[in-house]
Design a protein around this ligand. Structure first.
Ligand SMILES: [Zn+2]
Length: 279
């Protein structure tokens, strides 16, 4: 599933069109929408969405957590790529793609295709983005996400680190890859209880979350099991998807365990369960 760096990469590409004239989504005016998979449309009803969008111009594109946020003249359109979603600008006459389930057509003769092989993606059209993203936790790369704030948040929760970091209401944008990578960088066991961290460990976790995400961004995200273009972060994984391979720090084979139904990768030597941990 695309996480913060992958979604941010898509946002940046759509915002600028990769420098190709006419390919940027910002500034485009919607003329119509084709919906081939009605369950893509979370809200409003597909018929209402098709009626409300024409004539609206895209004024900006931002990201909140794993959501792409298209600011329109009158409404806000949000897209969640979920497992396999991707967004691609094409010409109207481009060869059809059977996985393009929702297509936004623009006055310029271009279209934005929402392709989604596994069909879990979602589209939301609302007046105020907060209706959809208001429940999300802080953005880990923003200035207001400080080590001190993370320390308070960790103490308020008494949960194992891995599921807590995956919880979008705790921190927005982290998924399986960046959580495993951050915990390895911070040398913290995935099952460590959040309220047992020492101040130095909180700081290490804060720094590691940001470093893992920034490295991901620098490589345009990771390309692994979803339809996605160009990302190279998969070549820099320390633990994710590396079960039985040697830890890059100490050589111990990386272990894979299942935590809350999610495959979790860690180094049993570098990320030892602390005595205070309930594991
Ligand atoms: Zn190790």
């Amino acid at each position: 599933m695309p996480e913060l760096p992958e979604v941010e990469t898509v946002v940046r590409q759509l915002r600028t069109g990769d420098g190709v004239r006419g390919r940027a989504v910002v500034g485009q005016t919607i003329t119509s929408v084709t919906i081939k998979w009605a369950r893509h449309i979370a809200t409003p009803a597909p018929r209402e969405l098709k009626k409300r969008l024409p004539g609206q111009r895209v004024t900006a594109i931002t990201r909140r957590g794993k959501y792409l946020v298209f600011h329109l003249t009158r409404d806000v359109l949000l897209i969640h790529l979920k497992m396999s979603g991707d967004l691609m600008m094409v010409n109207h006459h481009a060869a059809p793609d059977k996985h393009a389930h929702t297509i936004f057509h623009f006055k310029s003769g271009r279209s934005l295709r929402f392709t989604d092989t596994r069909k879990f993606g979602k589209v939301f059209l609302v007046k105020d983005a907060e209706e959809i993203v208001g429940h999300l936790g802080p953005e880990p790369l923003e200035k207001d996400f400080t080590a001190k704030r993370l320390g308070t948040m960790l103490r308020e929760h008494r949960r194992a680190l891995k599921p807590l970091l995956l919880d979008q209401t705790f921190i927005a944008g982290l998924g399986n890859i960046y959580t495993d990578e951050a915990l390895h960088r911070a040398q913290l066991h995935p099952l460590r209880q959040s309220d047992t961290l020492q101040p130095a460990e909180v700081r290490a976790l804060w720094k590691s979350i940001r470093q893992a995400l920034m490295l991901g961004l620098r490589h345009n995200g990771a390309s692994i099991d979803w339809v996605y273009r160009g990302g190279g972060f998969q070549n820099y994984f320390r633990v994710y998807d590396r079960a039985n391979e040697p830890c890059l720090t100490c050589g111990t084979p990386i272990q894979r365990i299942v935590v809350g139904q999610r495959g979790t990768h860690f180094c049993p030597h570098c990320q030892r369960p602390s005595q205070r941990s309930k594991v």
